[in-house]
Design a protein around this ligand. Sequence first.
Ligand code: GLU
Length: 365
Amino acid sequence: MLNRFAHYLLGLVVAALMGVTIAAAQGTPDQLREVKVVTRVLPPMVIEREQGLTGFSMELMDELANRLRLKISYSTAPDVRALLEEVRAGRAELGISAVSITAAREAEFEFSQPMLSAGLQIMTRGQSGAGSNPLGDMLRLLISWTSLAWLGIGALLILIPAHIVWFLERRHPEGIVPTPHYFPGIFYALYWAAGTLVTQAESAPKHGFARILAVLWMFTGVVFVALYTAQLTATLTVQQIAGGINGPEDLAGKRVAVTAGSTAASAVRDLQAQAVEVRQIGEAYDALQDRMVDAIVFDSPVLMYYAANEGKGRVQLVGAPFRKEDYGIVFPRGGSLRSEVNVALLRMREDGSYQRIYDRWFASR
Ligand code: GLU
């Protein structure tokens, strides 16, 4: 009896010991897997605060770490090229920040499911235009093809009535043309026609038919001046708002700030613009305010966040994103984490936790 009990006890002890050993080998449920993650500061995706890193990508990563029981140690890279290099070299098991999924990168790395849809957008100085130069804009406008076209129309509108009035008035004793000769008679008529077109006639013709013509021409003058003013105002406004940049096709030849190694940098070069590369996006914002560049081309979530917060009133976004891109988490080829991360990411979309994180950073306030 006692013997049996001793056996039973022994069996229990052995089983318990085996259990502990197996659990230790597998990792107890409380044990976390250590994962090295490389990121890059890029508000609002990754923001550096005294307490540590935060932002959309960091909250997403925290939630993934919770679900997959990962213990993350972060390192930061100065630009996206360096971030990818860390992953390639195996110094990080994954990279997360604002990394766009591109064909070229897909060939060298593996990406998670898209974690945010983004795209490239243009940003210019704001309308209030700290340091904008209305005199320069005005001069540029006056010496433009538009002005030349208006000058041509104006010349026609002066030449035609001048000749009719000269013809009708040349023999009238009190007419506005004091001589029957073409020269200098036509000059009087031209002076009258020009005055009638842009302001008010100083004198009226005396010939009955010429008077009717004069009235008609005064109306024409009103319309001409109104149209010219409208065109002038519209052109000046557009120039002041966007510095002449209204879309990607206006970037050719312009100085455009982009971050080093980014998708924006290659897009800007494709557009024949002069890419001014910076490492931190903050340097691009400064360069724009200091008039070192004419525009910034960068990821729309990043630019939109700046335009709505720090840059409010000082910058503006030009049009909608002109090239769509998705952000993904980047892994080395053949890594093991990707499928787990993908399942967790999709679950987060399904259970609403993705949306909650999204709203915290991107919901319009
Ligand atoms: N979405 C950009 C890219 O992947 C971000 C670049 C950056 O981090 O500066 O190229």
